[in-house]
Design a protein around this ligand. Sequence first.
Ligand code: FAD
Length: 518
Amino acid sequence: MSWSGWGDPAQARELPERIRALLRDLLGVRAPDAPAVPLEAVRLPAVALDGPVLDALAAVAGPGHVLTGHEARVRHTRGKSTLDLLRMRAGDGSDAPDAVVLPGSHDEVAELLRVCSEARVAVVPFGGGTSVVGGLAAARAGFAGVVALDLARLDRLRSVDAESMVAEFEPGVRAPEAERLLARRGLTLGHFPQSFEYATLGGFAAARSSGQASAGYGRFDDMVVGLTLATPVGTLDLGRAPKSAAGPDLRQLVLGSEGAFGVITSLRLRVRRAPAERRYEGWRFASFAAGSAAMRALAQEGPLPAVLRLSDETETMAGLAKPEAIGSGDSGCLMIAGYEGDSVAGQRAAVSEALSRLGGECLGPEPGQEWERGRFSAPYLRDSLLAAGATVETLETAGFWSNLPRLYDAVRLALLGALGAPLVMCHISHVYETGASLYFTVVTPQEADPVAQWERAKAAVNAAIVAAGGTVSHHHGVGRDHRTAYGAELGPAGVSVLAAVKARLDPAGILNPGVLIP
Ligand SMILES: Cc1cc2nc3c(=O)[nH]c(=O)nc-3n(C[C@H](O)[C@H](O)[C@H](O)COP(=O)(O)OP(=O)(O)OC[C@H]3O[C@@H](n4cnc5c(N)ncnc54)[C@H](O)[C@@H]3O)c2cc1C
């Protein structure tokens, strides 16, 4: 993984001329290309942990599994939001951990938490490092130092219960490896977020992730039937039946807890038979409103395909590489419908019949194939845009169907108000019977201080989402970036419950301080 950008540096993409033209002509981006500083030039604080603490950590995890070198610290600094990348590109490593510790078992994690509680060392659980909400930057104040607890060595498929269709994984397994291990048995999780290539199962659970095929397979939190959490005060082992009436479901306290309550060391996940066939195709609707109404009909009355997404007019035109048509209003909106199963013909016919009846025009397999080819590659483009002087970032929310148009308008207006004339694109990315999520992509010319520029825009959007009755995150989580708005969403009583749980499970407050709890 690139330390200052996304993914495999070998796959870095040059900006195509049509996108350079769009930046220049539509947005007025004029800045010359600005490369990231070299890795050696990233400025890190001196290692704050003293020898005895480092020795105590090494006594638990093994001497080779406590790293304090420059590169290891840089690679565990923050996550992959645009703010994170802007800071890293500029050589700002001020949030670097003092040490990276790689435990090899649940017992080692539990013991490390005990050692760190005693020494008042903050612990940041680190999965794939793809957080986009500031979930990996601990607040240092009041701590002897900060440790990144990299879960990469906890990378095994422990067991498969083929009768119950449940697989038990360790948390550090990356998504592609999980799919490879399951594919050998003809199984799949069906969880394909855009961060698929690097994110881990533990991170998906800790941040309540949602994948591109959520209409067919559900969100990641729907897949978790059981889990183990190491905390400074002991172990929670939750989920002994598919459903239970034995009190509140404590699994739900752990899902979305972003390392603030404990470290997930094991996950029991519902799996499905791997589909023999996958087919994605495009549909055109006259407007976002018409496409959205069609999605609602499918979500409420069926049939529902495995993948269902709808771009608004602006995103449709940008995707079709016709920037001159943006804003012309006659582009229509592109919907991608995807079918997965042993044989998809019947499902496809039923959905197609419904979409035609609801006003859609079938565009055939080409747009679907193009979407499939590019489904994990957009983040590479972000790096090239940042280098070219444009800020590009994504943000997301969700709401009930009746409130979705208001939420859409509120986010757009907040972005326009904060940034002047940015390019704002949106798609409906996940649907439910009662509502859907909106996923926005924003492109704007960088100001002299692009970090302050985006912080201003993000604060405006968060406030607008809360005021418009949406949730501050559908699948990215809370981290540091959404904490204040999350507090407004929860209200004082809700915040006090979270704080009480934190105080009980993590009395020394070492777990990911500054993240999640408002
Ligand atoms: C380009 C890009 C595309 C993305 N696309 C999507 C998408 O389509 N859908 C989506 O849902 N998200 C998406 N994300 C967000 C991100 O991938 C998810 O939040 C993912 O769940 C994080 O997984 P990770 O393993 O990288 O976790 P990390 O980023 O390492 O950690 C995320 C949070 O969980 C905590 N944590 C990690 N592991 C554990 C553990 N074992 N126990 C306790 N706490 C833990 C961390 O401390 C942190 O607070 C995207 C991110 C990027 C950069």
